[in-house]
Design a protein around this ligand. Structure first.
Ligand code: ZN
Length: 495
């Protein structure tokens, strides 16, 4: 008897040890070095040079509605194009920078989270400029863009001040020197306030600061010769947070003016259309993995031959991506068959628990329902947008988990009162097994690593909870086993 208890304890301990890091690793494993995913093989054509100096301004985390309250941006809108584009999913910063630079969505370029601090290996419009010996400069008050794409730049000026500080003003002036063929200005103020305080007065004041940063950049440019595209990588929820598919998060402003930009307004395709648009304006070949539509409505159509060649490249890359997806079909189908098997086993374990201990056997299901319901009741979205700040997210999740586990533990004790020790153990072990099987089934169904097809946003998000949940179940069952063993030995001693 004791030996059996000890074996189950070790097994459950192993579940905790294996699943908790795997759950954390799920988010890391979403990233995939996209450089080798799909890449064109045909030589690219260069469009004629349209503008002397072309600038991309990324106002990190700026919502469309807030962008409409800013004087410099509104002046630019009247001079040129007033557009709204869509961020790709996951609507996180580094994936968005890489989409804008490479012209490909995260499913292709492979950067799906913010935990990719190093250089990305996928081709970018900036790397194309370097290859053509064209000058590329940048200025920012956050080092993230430099970390991912700085290797393709001639000069990056990263400073610590806010967007309208003397340091930032000087950094933008230095970046403009010599009118580089391509330039990037990346300002983080708005996103910081969004994460710390939500969309309120501080967010608005930060937006006004970055708007002055835009005015500063424009003071160095001549829009009869140069062009500027101002956009954001994502918006923010009212209480802060982004990463999911919520409309206020994925809708981003695109305001452009200058040489080669049409006057007008309208919806634009995905934000990854920035890269081919920059290429077309600055007379550069499109990046090798660029699959997204350029912002045709916003650009003056100058070279239909380039557009035709680019369209051929898109078709070639789409076919290559399709071929890779179908070559992975056998693996995906076998993973899904395994997932169904896991679901069947979990169902059988639950059924056995229900047969032996009645309603207490349903407790694992009740636990999941309670956790999801408490999250829904607290207004969290079921996506990465729930992560407003990593620390706050961890604290709230830990609190919910501890409360749910305590409720589960008390219900289990109450419902199994008067049952035999063997029946109680059956209930605890069934719960632990279901807890451990659910993450396995989830990962098998949606894929632990996802080369070209991404899981839906809610599936990516819930993967974060699966390891801790499994660990929690295993821990409760382990405590219960130990308690039973101790009570059993005390009973034996008395007897
Ligand atoms: Zn961002």
């Amino acid at each position: 008897m004791r030996r059996a208890v000890a074996q189950v304890q070790w097994l459950l301990l192993a579940i905790v040890v294996v699943l908790a890091p795997l759950s954390y690793g799920y988010v890391q494993a979403l990233n995939h070095d996209g450089a080798r995913v799909v890449s064109r093989t045909t030589p690219a054509r260069r469009p004629p040079l349209t503008a002397r100096s072309v600038w991309l301004v990324v106002l990190d985390g700026l919502r469309v509605d807030t962008s409409r309250t800013l004087p410099a941006l509104n002046r630019l809108r009247r001079q040129g194009f007033d557009g709204v584009s869509t961020a790709e999913i996951p609507s996180l910063s580094r994936p968005a920078y890489t989409s804008m630079a490479s012209g490909a969505p995260p499913s292709i370029h492979g950067i799906r989270t913010n935990s990719w601090p190093g250089a990305v290996r996928v081709d970018s419009v900036f790397a194309q400029a370097r290859a053509a010996s064209a000058q590329v400069n940048g200025a920012a008050n956050l080092s993230w863009w430099e970390g991912n794409h700085g290797h393709a730049f001639d000069a990056w000026h990263v400073v610590g001040g806010v967007a309208d500080s003397a340091q930032m003003t000087a950094a933008i002036r230095r970046a403009c020197a010599g009118f580089p063929r391509l330039g990037v200005v990346h300002l983080i103020d708005v996103d910081r306030e969004g994460h710390s305080h939500g969309v309120g007065p501080r967010y608005q004041r930060a937006a006004e600061r970055v708007d002055r940063g835009v005015a500063n950049l424009l003071s160095h440019l001549d829009l009869s010769r140069d062009a500027v595209i101002v956009t954001a990588d994502h918006g923010h929820r009212l209480h802060g947070g982004h990463g999911g598919p919520e409309p206020e998060v994925v809708r981003v402003p695109v305001v452009a003016a200058g040489q080669g930009i049409r006057r007008g307004s309208g919806r634009l395709p995905s934000i990854c259309g920035i890269a081919p648009s920059l290429a077309e304006l600055s007379g550069l070949p499109a990046p090798q993995s660029s699959t997204c539509d350029p912002f045709g409505a916003m650009l003056e159509r100058k070279d239909n031959v380039w557009r035709q060649r680019y369209h051929e490249q898109q078709t070639e890359l789409a076919a290559a991506a399709d071929a890779q997806v179908s070559s992975g079909n056998v693996w995906r189908l076998s993973r899904r068959a395994f997932a169904l098997l896991v679901v069947f086993v979990a169902g059988a374990v639950l059924w056995r628990g229900v047969r032996r201990v009645g309603v207490a056997g349903w407790l694992p299901v009740l636990y999941w329902v309670t956790t999801v319901a408490s999250q829904a009741a607290s207004g969290w979205p079921f996506s990465f947008s729930a992560i407003v700040t990593p620390r706050g997210f961890m604290l709230r999740t830990a609190l919910f988990s501890v409360l749910a586990l305590a409720a589960y533990w008390l219900a289990l004790l109450r419902l199994t009162r008067g049952k035999s020790a063997g029946e109680r153990q059956a209930a605890w072990r069934a719960a632990a097994w279901v807890g451990a099987l659910v993450p396995l089934g989830w990962w098998a169904w949606f894929g632990y690593r996802q080369p070209l097809q991404l899981a839906p946003p809610w599936a990516m998000y819930f993967a974060l909870f699966l390891g801790p949940w499994a660990g929690g179940f295993a821990f409760v069952a382990w405590c219960a086993d130990v308690a039973t063993a101790l009570r059993g030995s005390a009973h034996n001693k008395r007897a």
